[in-house]
Write a protein that binds this ligand. Sequence first.
Ligand code: SAH
Ligand code: SF4
Length: 360
Amino acid sequence: MTVNLLDFNLQQLSAFLEEAGEKPFRAKQLLRWIHQYGENDFSAMSDLSKSLREKLAGIAKIEPPRLLREQQSADGTRKWLLGTDVGNAVEAVFIPEDDRGTLCVSTQVGCALECAFCSTGKQGFNRNLEVSEIIGQLWWANKALGRDPKGERLISNVVLMGMGEPLLNFDNLVTALDLMLDDFGYGLSRRRVTVSTSGIIPAMDRLRDRCPVALAVSLHAPNDELRNRLVPINQKYPLKELMAACRRYVEKAPRDFITFEYVLLDGVNDTDAHARELIALTRDVPSKFNLIPFNPFAGSGFNRSKPESVKRFQNLLMEAGIITTTRKTRGDDIDAACGQLAGQVQDKSRRRAAAKEATR
Ligand code: SAH
Ligand code: SF4
């Protein structure tokens, strides 16, 4: 069986080469070809010996997910639909801004956690993405975007905020993170790679120890009663424990704050009382807030908060000294905005089993 080299970080690639009777340091050259030059044909890797190239072609492959469709929004946002297996696909989104370019990456086909306001959650869960499928999103996007006139890469930031709960695909996530951070891979700074989680506490602690990157926590409610309803995983990992886990994370994080994400749902979690409760809840956690106006989808049962409610909510947090931004909606004309990524998810029957597993 041939192995897919897109599944390996530097250490794993070195071990693979050593086992094949080759010098482990070749791994750095190979990694550069694969991730920096986007090469998937061994015969084009001109600084490797012919015999090594031929040997590799016999035992290995470099196989990214299949590119099914590419779309571009009027605001410059780009979206790629990548096939993972028959009938399944995930989406990656590139959001250009003046001072940075952010790629939003998916980690699972669907999601088992069923947050009430999330269209990915409504799709059900099929499976975890392989490392090659997570890093393959960067691989494709880098290739498609090319470089700016100064020769710089366009992707400066990565957010793991696409489809799925990253911390429920821990091993593959951290291997992909290794590649994002590796100088021979994508060379991104830890501060510019953000994992977003609904609050899987034990995995937050593991991430802090194994590969601390910036962390965003999806809060969406200031008390357990409401959060149990909006983010059902809260029944297993309630707010008090979540706040403690956030404080532990900050101690070792590359940034000295946690970003709290808060989707504003009209009349559900956007009143002054909610804002005040939120300020009290997060008082002991060094944090910034990112408010996300809800992006509606068919059958969600929620409405986006009115612009004046969003402003009021933001002002209340700011007056309490919390740095608060409101996320601009980008790419909604191509269904690329937060919570609109649906990909294609088949065999949703796996959801029940996976949800059980996740919440055990
Ligand atoms: N599972 C992870 C990461 C993916 S979701 C998490 O929940 O954090 C990324 C962000 O999009 C989360 O903050 C999520 O709550 C938000 N989101 C989900 N559905 C949304 C919607 N319909 N409108 C706006 N944001 C949404
Ligand atoms: Fe999963 Fe995140 Fe959507 Fe919740 S918000 S269902 S955790 S992807």
